[in-house]
Design a protein around this ligand. Structure first.
Ligand code: PGA
Ligand code: ZN
Length: 426
């Protein structure tokens, strides 16, 4: 039973505050979790509560969140069993009382939700991944390790590179073991750094640890990425392919996509995606259209299906079961990005993932651009059979901790295979 909740302001990877929560049980077992923060967010994400006190941390303090955890939330869930995650998450949702968790803050609610799962695992004396698999209704034998998607060139809102695509991700699908996949990604990252330096580009990095060179076009970024894969000794398309996150919300206005000097319609955008796919070994396209361009999404989905490329929805679904249900119905995308803080509880996150599995969608677990060193998503990715996991570059502490946790989990559960299913080149 839950006896005590403690919360505190800690820093995230951008140097802004976020919340860390400790859930303490009556027998002294303690679970701790912290909450990440996005920058290129979907409009329908659960609400991230900030103090808005310009005198502290430019208004981004989370002292109200800390207070909500230690007052209201503690009073409402004290004495409840940490083993009943669904009941606790439901109590949090009821206590908040709003559609998007804006009263208590989704950051307050998610911190408690995740820390509860960790406390429950400790109480049961099992590894977190085992507890989460039980909660999600999966047998350990049925699980896989997610293929890492490593974001090595940062554009969009995550860097001042001027590149319009937000993320260029290495997808080492030719690996047979997670340690090998991570090695392939890291070696290519180093080769990319050398190439950029040799061509006179800067080698500073963006929010997710990928390089932020001032390249003129998306094609130039894809070109140098392919060169880096080769220079590292791998075959583009065979060993390592590329995933893109357009985060198209960020250059969509008045019904047009403003990209590299063009004012493109939805169908121009779709054609551009297919052109890039025909030129480069791309296996996954995330948010190729904006969240407000709902009607064009089925056309993008079909166009990508024809060329056997994964159509991944992030901002369009925001991990929300209600919104995702509409998307499934309308034939939008064939994979969904999963970010627990977009929806705010573990139970709702797992519900969305179950819907995905039932509808034949792949799931991709994801960090946020503002992160802590918490590794919860790595355990959750494995426990829920997510096929891929993106956690930024294979560099910087908050990014690598999730990948490193996959290496530890492969040791913990030695029978797990690396996931397959990026089907363009298979
Ligand atoms: P965010 O970006 O964490 O800044 O929202 C990640 C993404 O768009 O996938
Ligand atoms: Zn995204």
């Amino acid at each position: 039973k839950i006896a005590q909740l403690k919360a505190r302001e800690i820093l995230d990877s951008r140097g802004f505050p976020t919340v860390e929560v400790d859930v303490v049980l009556e027998n002294g077992c303690m679970g701790r979790a912290s909450v990440p923060s996005g920058k290129s967010t979907g409009r329908n994400e659960a609400y991230e509560l900030r103090d808005e006190d310009e005198g502290r941390y430019r208004g981004k303090g989370v002292l109200k969140v800390v207070e909500h955890v230690q007052q209201d939330i503690l009073h409402s869930i004290r004495g409840m069993s940490a083993l009943d995650q669904a009941a606790i998450d439901d109590a949090l949702i009821q206590l908040d009382g709003t559609d998007n968790k804006q009263r208590l803050g989704a950051n307050a609610i998610l911190g408690v939700s995740l820390a509860t799962a960790r406390a429950a695992a400790k109480y049961k004396n099992v590894h977190l991944v085992v507890h989460l698999a039980e909660f999600a209704g999966h047998h350990l034998d049925d699980l896989t390790l997610p293929i890492p998607m490593m974001n090595v060139i940062n554009g969009g809102k995550h860097a001042d590179s001027g590149i319009s695509v937000q993320e260029f991700k290495l997808v080492p699908h030719g690996a047979t073991k997670i340690s090998q996949a991570i090695q392939m990604g890291a070696e290519t990252y180093h080769a990319l750094k050398d190439l950029l330096a040799r061509q006179g580009h800067r080698i500073s990095v963006g929010d997710e640890g990928g390089f932020a060179p001032k390249l003129a076009t998306n094609e130039a970024a894809l070109q140098i990425l392919c060169e880096a894969i080769l220079a590292a000794g791998y075959q583009p398309g065979q060993d390592i392919s590329i995933g893109l996150d357009f985060a198209a919300n960020d250059f969509y206005a008045n019904g047009k996509y403003h990209l590299e000097g063009h004012d493109w319609s939805s169908d121009d955008m779709i054609e551009y995606c297919v052109q890039l796919i025909n030129k480069f070994p791309i296996v996954s396209i995330e948010d190729g259209l904006a969240e407000d361009d709902w009607d064009a999404w089925p056309r993008l989905t079909n166009a990508l299906k024809k060329v056997r490329v994964q159509c991944l929805g992030d901002d369009i679904f925001v991990t929300n079961p209600r919104i995702f249900a509409q998307g499934i119905q309308q034939g939008i995308a064939d994979a969904i990005l999963i970010k627990p803080n977009q929806i705010g509880t573990l139970t709702e996150t797992v519900r969305t993932m179950k819907m995905a599995a039932d509808a034949g969608y792949k799931t991709v677990m994801s960090h946020r651009s503002g992160e802590t060193t918490d590794t919860f998503i790595a355990d959750l990715a494995v426990a829920t059979n997510a096929r891929q996991m993106k956690s930024g570059a294979p560099a910087r502490g908050e990014r690598i901790e999730k990948y490193n946790q996959l290496i530890r989990l492969a040791e913990e559960l030695p029978d797990l295979q690396l996931a397959t299913g990026l089907y363009r080149f298979s």
